[in-house]
Design a binder for this molecule. Structure first.
Ligand code: DGL
Length: 282
């Protein structure tokens, strides 16, 4: 895994916004000696309500920035929507290994589920692509997906423990569980199929706990993606010797640098530092 940047590879991490910092956080925990370049395409967020064609165009431009201008030798597509609708287009557009979040999420669901029935919550575009259903089916699982379009704006607003958000989650999960019941599913696992949802995990868990003894396990694809990245990138940065455990992170955004700096630390659980503004065109 030696790359042009020398001993330490640069890993590019891309999201439509700064929610993907939850994936970066999980990557740093496993590869503290790597260099990371994170791009949040904040000017064009949300991707989750857009068409495949538009999502692919935006995602390819973002991936090319990380590879061509930041020298990324590996790419992690932290955005579920871009992973679901544009992974092939990105892989064709850049000459480096590219990892999305869908397959690691499905693999984690398989490891967690004993009933083989899983629930997936995600953006509208991700749900309509049925990428999670396909990935779960490949793992021998039956998946039922639900779009939860109100959750991204609530997280963006910082309402991660607000009663309104709890009520919205309760309504979505009630509908999803009722739908699962009518299909005769006995789901024991819930996949958080969106970068923003890990920030709602305590509320989601609280709502699930309030549903009685249903014992649904919550899967955060950020963690399973970071595990998959270590395997794909040969774990070299995790095991590197003779290097100090110093993580180098550069963050780029296409808009709202101030908001990124302010809210990003909540996702990364450490200060994001100075975020650089870039222009990817239209
Ligand atoms: N990053 C997106 C995802 O994980 C959520 C935000 C958006 O819709 O752009 O699906």
């Amino acid at each position: 895994m030696n790359g042009p940047s020398g001993n330490v590879p640069t890993i590019g991490v891309f999201d439509s916004g700064f929610g993907g910092l939850t994936v970066l956080r999980a990557l740093i925990a496993r590869m503290p000696q790597a260099r990371f370049a994170f791009l949040g395409d904040t000017a064009r967020l949300p991707y989750g309500s857009k068409s495949r064609r538009t999502i692919a165009r935006y995602a390819v431009q973002s991936a090319q920035f990380l590879v061509n201008e930041q020298g990324a030798e590996y790419l992690v597509i932290a955005c579920n929507t871009a992973s679901a609708l544009a992974l092939d287009a990105i892989q064709e557009a850049v000459p480096v290994p590219v990892l999305g979040v869908i397959e690691p999420g499905a693999a984690a669901a398989r490891a967690a589920s004993t009933t083989r029935d899983v629930l997936v919550v995600a953006t509208d575009a991700t749900v309509h692509s049925h990428a999670y259903s396909a990935a779960c089916q490949a793992q021998g699982l039956r998946a039922l997906e639900k779009a939860c379009p109100l959750l991204v704006p609530l997280v963006e607003e910082g309402w991660t423990s607000h009663p309104v958000t709890a009520e919205v989650i309760r309504i979505y999960l009630d509908e999803l569980r009722a739908d699962a019941a009518t299909r005769g599913m006995s789901a024991d696992t819930l996949v958080l199929g969106c970068t923003h949802y890990p920030l709602l995990r305590p509320l989601i868990q609280q709502v699930l706990d309030g549903c009685g003894p249903c014992a649904i396990r919550v899967i955060d694809s950020a963690e399973s993606t970071a595990e998959a990245a270590v395997k794909l990138f040969n774990g070299r940065t995790a095991n590197a010797t003779g290097l100090t455990a110093h993580t180098e992170i550069r963050c780029f955004a296409t808009d709202s640098v101030e908001k990124f700096e302010r809210l990003g630390s909540r996702f990364l659980e450490r200060p994001v530092g100075r975020v650089e503004l870039i222009d990817l065109g239209g």
